[in-house]
Design a protein around this ligand. Structure first.
Ligand code: C2E
Ligand code: MG
Ligand code: MG
Ligand code: MG
Length: 291
């Protein structure tokens, strides 16, 4: 109704700064109860091999439906949580929920590797990897089915706790990707200290790849350098066929974006991944067919 609308539009005026700060406090103070009440859930967005356009894995994306404010974007609430202890709580919830889902998929013989966004704060604590390893082991999830998406920044300085944690997880077989590459002051030099497997080129670079020759040149250069350095390349935010055609032509490894699949609930996404066939032996024991 009226009062609510007024408050929404109020945020667009300069005095709206107060309202925005107020909203930030409200989100931070409501998060814990929201977790208990089931107001958070996960969606999964597939990634596809660029050549055959077969789904190869899914990215885990958090969703929050606030009881009075409605759907809130993670672009709004994640940065707020990151300034507080909430981020550890939410990361723990994301990991448990996503890994429970993967465990259920594995029980259905669906091999669906997960990419999980993980914030710098979580990885900067010395117990990060042992916490994650315990969650994987207790569910019998192979480490190789998990990838963590991290974003570059000063937190990745060579001797940081985070880099030690990342080295430990990569050593155990978990994959690491650099998310949003090209959106900030990206460069490849600091990556040599990190066991990174995959570079995800940011949507902002991909947007004009089919229409602007300079943009295409940048994407081509980053892609080729990444390949020469041994990284897999993923394009994110692909929305149009012309973009896909250009990216395929450049030799990108994987594609993610609304053109191929938007984030969706677990049940819908699972349909894209056929369960492995099983042999039924005369004794009636089921066996997983190897690929
Ligand atoms: P991200 O990791 O770069 O994820 C990609 C974002 O782009 C997602 O937004 C996704 O829904 C959106 N997207 C994918 N394809 C397209 C497309 O073709 N067009 C457009 N316009 N958008 C596309 P979402 O889900 O709102 O997440 C935003 C950001 O919030 C993520 O960016 C990530 O940085 C963060 N985030 C989301 N879930 C988590 C989480 O569980 N933990 C952490 N630490 N961060 C998360
Ligand atoms: Mg991501
Ligand atoms: Mg991100
Ligand atoms: Mg991204």
């Amino acid at each position: 109704h009226g009062a609510f609308d007024a408050r929404q539009s109020f945020r667009w005026y300069s005095e709206g700064r107060d309202a925005q700060i107020h909203r930030g406090y409200q989100l931070a103070s409501d998060a814990k109860q929201g977790l208990l009440d089931g107001d958070f859930h996960l969606e999964y967005q597939p990634r596809f091999g660029a050549k055959g356009l077969k789904p190869v894995s899914v990215e885990v994306l958090i969703r929050w439906t606030h009881p009075t404010l409605g759907a809130i974007s993670p672009r709004e609430f994640i940065p707020i949580f990151e300034r507080t202890a909430l981020m550890d709580l939410v990361t723990d919830w994301v990991l448990d929920t996503a890994l429970d889902q993967l465990q259920a998929w594995l029980a259905q013989r669906r091999q669906i590797p997960l990419s999980i966004n993980i914030s710098s704060g979580f990885l900067s604590s010395v117990g990060a990897w042992s916490t994650i390893a315990e969650k994987l082991s207790s569910r019998a999830i192979p480490f190789s089915m998990i990838e963590f998406e991290i974003t570059e920044g000063e937190w990745l300085s060579p001797k940081s706790t985070a880099v030690g944690q990342i080295a430990a997880m990569a050593g155990a077989g978990v994959r690491i990707s650099i998310d949003d590459f090209g959106s900030g002051y990206s460069n490849f030099s600091y990556l040599s200290d990190l066991p990174v497997h995959t570079i995800k080129l940011d949507k902002s670079l991909i947007d004009c790849v089919a229409t602007d020759p300079r943009s295409r040149a940048k994407v081509s250069a980053i892609h080729h350098l990444a390949h020469e350095l041994g990284y897999l390349t993923v394009a994110e935010g692909v929305e149009r066929q012309e973009q896909l055609d250009v990216l395929k032509g450049l030799g990108f490894d994987q594609i993610q974006g609304y053109l191929l699949a938007a984030p969706a609930p677990a049940l819908k996404v699972a349909e894209l991944f056929e369960p492995l066939a099983e042999h039924v032996s005369p004794a009636g024991h089921a066996q997983t067919q190897s690929e």
